[in-house]
Design a protein around this ligand. Structure first.
Ligand SMILES: [Fe+2]
Ligand SMILES: [Fe+2]
Ligand SMILES: [Fe+2]
Ligand SMILES: [Fe+2]
Length: 314
């Protein structure tokens, strides 16, 4: 029987980790050089926290939470953005320390203490990065003077930006869909493919689109569409193939319309990788159908979220 107060703690912290990832990536997309790489590295560590919390929720028989907590998007300079992030980390340290004190299960206490230790390092790192950014007078991009219009009118640029924004929304949705699936799917090989392969590649796609939007003089909007909560492997593979085809078709249409070379370059590379994604999911679907014979899909046991999430599978 799941403890409601433990479940609430884990769910709340999943929302906060998701918010931190979005906030740090948003700032990373607007920075250049080493600071961007450092921010992305911290965002990757928050992804691991998200995964640990999802596993702890699974141990309570509960599905992962993919909603996001509040994000502070805007800052007037790189230093201010980094100080905002340091503040977020300090609040996370306090929150995880409090969570560690509130639980009686030693494994959960260890988890919260472990994450609190990471967040303490993050807070210090962000404070140091903020000082560096301050000393260097670093700005957040885009800055009007550096926008490369490539000879396009304001209206043409706006059209390109709108296309890229739609693609970015699709990539963010796909990321959440695959991360959710990686957390709930029973097969550990498929889980790794979803998280370390398809999920991470989609994160790169989102980054390239966001950076292209910044280069064209606009700000990326990090909002995702709804995700499908299916947990059955067959359903997941059908859904993902549909998603990949949808992305592939949308990007093909947009490549016909995009004018700016920077936008075309970013989306062109993504488009090519989506072809591989389609082939990878198609192969997984074939392999999965092969191992399931002679059962027909309609006769397969229906797995509930609870039965899939009972324990860690690897
Ligand atoms: Fe975290
Ligand atoms: Fe952190
Ligand atoms: Fe993608
Ligand atoms: Fe894809």
């Amino acid at each position: 029987m799941a403890d409601p107060s433990v479940v609430a703690l884990l769910e709340e912290n999943m929302r906060e980790e998701h918010a931190a990832i979005a906030q740090y990536l948003y700032h990373a997309f607007r920075l250049q050089g080493d600071l961007r790489a450092d921010l992305e590295e911290i965002a990757r560590e928050e992804m691991r926290h998200l995964q640990w919390l999802a596993e702890a929720l699974a141990a309570e028989g509960r599905p992962p939470v993919m909603e996001r907590g509040d994000v502070t998007w805007e800052a007037s300079s790189a230093a201010e953005a980094l100080r905002l992030n340091a503040g977020l980390e300090e609040r996370a340290v306090a929150s995880y320390q409090q969570a560690a004190r509130a639980v009686s299960d030693p494994a959960l206490r260890l988890l919260f203490e472990r994450i609190a230790a990471d967040e303490r390092v993050h807070a210090r790192t962000f404070a140091e990065m903020a000082e560096l950014a301050e000393a260097m007078g670093l700005a957040l991009h885009p800055r009007p003077e550096e926008v490369k219009t490539a000879g396009l009118s304001a209206e043409e640029l706006a059209q390109d930006i709108a296309l890229l924004a739609a693609d970015l929304r699709l990539e963010y949705t796909v990321i959440l869909q695959y991360v959710y699936q990686a957390f709930v799917v029973k097969d550990c090989k498929l889980s790794r493919t979803l998280l370390e392969d398809q999920g991470q590649e989609s994160m790169k796609h989102m980054g390239w689109l966001a950076e292209a939007i910044v280069d064209l003089g606009s700000l990326p909007v990090l909002e995702a569409g709804p995700i499908n909560p299916a947990t059955d492997q067959e359903e997941i593979l059908v859904l993902n193939l549909r998603l990949e085809h949808e992305a592939h078709d949308q990007y093909a249409r947009h490549l016909e319309l995009l004018r700016h070379p920077r936008a075309r370059e970013a989306l062109g590379r993504i488009f090519e990788q989506e072809s591989f994604h389609i082939r990878q999911f198609a192969l997984l679907q074939e392999a999965s159908a092969g191992t399931a014979a002679p059962q027909r899909p309609s006769e397969w046991p229906r797995l509930t979220v609870g039965s899939l999430l009972g324990q860690r599978q690897w």
